[in-house]
Write a protein that binds this ligand. Structure first.
Ligand code: F6P
Length: 320
């Protein structure tokens, strides 16, 4: 039976990471486990920045954005000599199980550690919603709401000037933020990996809108796909729409988590502790599928691809 469990947060921070941390710590303490946190993600693990915590540590963090134990990106964690050091630190602290809260990079880091005999549990938390083992990651709902707040505000000014607004959102290479934001905002267009740019169709539509004297047009675009300033120039030349670009950037990652993310965090955290308390625990990734909390062996989970909800593309096209 496990006696000591440590938790870290890694990769880009996501709203709800603190709620997940709280759930893990409280569930662990409930089962009389000694709970530890690792500051600064995998880097902190390599440096031995590991500290025991009590229930007070989790006071008033459920509603806080970011992560109070900080996060980091550590590309070198793919090297055996680096993650061996991390595994040895855990062994020195006599820590039996490690929970990692983060995105797909975090899951891969945990899998490396599990190859060295550390029992690891992954809790998917990233605004990108790009973890294959789950329908939804912690942080996605909050980021989507933040995007909608921003687009609502942009609509006011866009409509006042009869402009076309190109709004770039995050997601790395996953179109979920763009697609769901487009659906929630009734955007005139969306461009992402799963719904690539079709200049002919988009420009024709914008020309028609301009001819009908429509007040404005909103196009949501995923990051890492194209230069939105180049596209804005082309739209202006081709359609006559005064076109402005907005990159929402990291403000999409901030803010207090919405209730859905806090609840997901509670459910994932409790399952993570349950898995570690099994008689013969193994390394796993938790997730939610069809509203059921599930888990997969970590080596399977890291190979799973996140797929766009079926029918979403058609729904967006139909309602545009
Ligand atoms: O993975 C979350 C995310 O916000 C992505 O959407 C984005 O591409 C990336 O992190 C940016 O990371 P950083 O803040 O380290 O530049």
């Amino acid at each position: 039976m496990m006696k000591k469990i440590a938790i870290l947060t890694s990769g880009g921070d996501a709203p709800g990471m603190n709620a997940a941390l709280r759930a893990c710590i409280r569930a662990g303490l409930f089962h009389n486990i000694d709970m530890y946190v690792v500051y600064d993600g995998f880097r902190g693990l390599v440096e031995g920045n590991i500290h025991q915590v009590n229930k007070d540590f989790t006071q008033d963090i459920i509603n806080r954005g970011g992560t109070i134990i900080r996060s980091a990106r550590m590309d070198e964690f793919t090297k055996l000599e680096v993650y061996k050091k991390a595994a040895n630190n855990l062994k020195d602290f006599e820590i039996d199980g490690l929970i990692g809260i983060g995105g797909d990079g975090t899951m891969r880091g945990l899998e490396s550690l599990s190859q060295l005999g550390i029992i690891t549990i992954g809790i998917p938390a990233t605004i990108d919603n790009d973890v294959g083992a789950t329908d939804q990651t912690i942080g996605f709902s909050t980021a989507l709401n933040t995007i909608c707040d921003c687009v609502d505000k942009l609509k006011d000014t866009s409509g006042s000037h009869q402009r076309c607004s190109l709004i770039e959102v995050m997601g790395r290479y996953c179109g979920d933020l763009a697609m769901f934001a487009a659906l929630a905002e009734g955007a005139e267009g969306v461009i992402c990996v799963e719904h690539p740019l079709n200049e002919k169709v988009l420009f024709r539509k914008l020309r028609k809108m301009k001819a009908q004297n429509k007040s404005h047009a909103i196009i949501i675009i995923s990051e890492n796909l194209l230069d939105i300033n180049d596209l804005a120039k082309k739209i202006e030349q081709d359609t006559g729409f005064d076109t402005k670009t907005e990159v929402l950037g990291r403000l999409q990652r901030g803010g207090s988590p919405v209730a859905l993310d806090r609840i997901l965090a509670a459910r994932f955290g409790a399952r993570a502790i349950d898995l570690l308390l099994e008689e013969e625990p193994t390394s796993r990734v938790v997730g939610i599928k069809n509203n059921h909390i599930i888990d997969y062996p970590i080596e399977e989970a890291i190979k799973m691809e996140h797929v766009l909800e079926s029918g979403l593309r058609d729904l967006i096209d139909m309602l545009q």
